[in-house]
Ligand binder design. Structure first.
Ligand code: UDP
Ligand code: MG
Length: 223
C-alpha cells in the first residue's frame, strides 16, 4: 500500500475533536498577504498556537528519510496543492503534540485550507473551524512583498515564475474555499493593504466581534 493511503486522518468518519474541545481559526489570503506576520501578533496577544501548513510541509520535505519529501518539493515549486492526506496528517500530528505538551487548544491554522477538498476533509475528520480570517490584498501589493521577501527568505517559491503560479492557484483553487465559507457566514475579511500594525488593529476588532478575548497577564506579587 502506498504510504499516503496509510495516513489515518483522511479515512476517519467523524471529527477527532469537537468545537467545544478545540478552537480552530483558519487564516487565508493570497501569497504575501501577511498571514504569517499577523499570526505572530495574534499569538502574543491571544495565546493561540500558530501552525503554518507551508512551514509544516517544508519541514517534512527536509526531514531525512521522509517518503513525501520529493513530492512536496515539486508541488511547492509549481505552486500547486500537495495531496490533502499529507497536509492534514501533518496538521493533526502538530495539533496532537501541542495539546500533549502545552495543554493548548487554540489554533491558528495559517495557509490552509487552500482547496475545497482539504476544507471538507479537515472539518469532517479533525475538527470544524470556528471561522476564517481572510486577508484581502491586491496582487501588485503581494508581488512587491514577495519579491522583497525573496531576497532573504531562501524559499524556493519566492521567485517570479513560482509567484505567478501561486497567484493563479490562489484565484482558481483557494478563493472557492473562502467563497464557500462566506456563504456560511464564517469569514471575517480584513483589508491587508495597509502596514502590519494598522492591519492588526482590524484583526483585534474582528476577534472582539467573534468573542475571542486577549490573554490577561498575571503579575506575580513578590511580597
Ligand atoms: N501548500 C500546500 N497545501 C497547503 C498549504 C501549502 O500544498 O495546505 C504548499 C503550496 O504549494 C504553497 C506552498 O506550500 O504554494 C507554500 O505555502 P505557504 O503557506 O508557506 O506560502 P504563502 O503562499 O502563504 O506565502
Ligand atoms: Mg506563510
Amino acid at each position: 500500500m502506498p504510504a499516503i493511503e496509510r495516513l489515518a486522518a483522511a479515512t476517519r468518519s467523524a471529527p477527532l475533536w469537537s468545537k467545544d474541545d478545540v478552537t480552530v481559526i483558519f487564516v487565508l489570503g493570497g501569497p504575501g498577504a501577511g498571514k504569517g506576520t499577523q499570526c505572530a501578533k495574534i499569538v502574543t496577544d491571544y495565546g493561540f498556537k500558530h501552525l503554518s501548513a507551508g512551514d509544516l510541509l517544508r519541514e517534512e520535505q527536509d526531514r531525512p528519510g521522509s517518503e513525501f519529501g520529493e513530492m512536496i518539493k515539486s508541488y511547492i515549486k509549481e505552486g500547486t496543492i500537495v495531496p490533502l492526506e499529507v497536509t492534514i496528517q501533518l496538521l493533526e500530528n502538530a495539533m496532537q503534540a501541542t495539546r500533549e505538551k502545552d495543554n493548548k487548544s487554540l489554533f491558528l491554522i495559517d495557509g490552509f485550507p487552500r482547496k475545497l477538498d482539504q476544507a471538507h476533509a479537515f472539518e469532517r475528520t479533525v475538527v470544524p473551524s470556528k471561522f476564517t480570517l481572510f486577508f484581502d490584498c491586491p496582487e501588485d501589493v503581494m508581488l512587491e512583498r514577495l519579491l522583497n521577501r525573496g531576497k532573504t527568505s531562501g524559499r524556493a517559491d519566492d521567485n517570479i515564475e513560482s509567484i505567478k503560479k501561486r497567484f493563479r492557484t490562489f484565484v482558481e483553487t483557494s478563493m472557492p474555499v473562502v467563497n464557500e465559507f462566506q456563504t456560511q457566514d464564517r469569514v471575517a475579511k480584513v483589508d491587508a493593504t495597509k502596514g502590519a500594525d494598522e492591519v492588526y488593529e482590524d484583526v483585534k476588532k474582528t476577534f472582539k466581534e467573534w468573542d475571542i478575548k486577549p490573554i490577561t497577564l498575571k503579575f506575580v506579587q513578590t511580597q
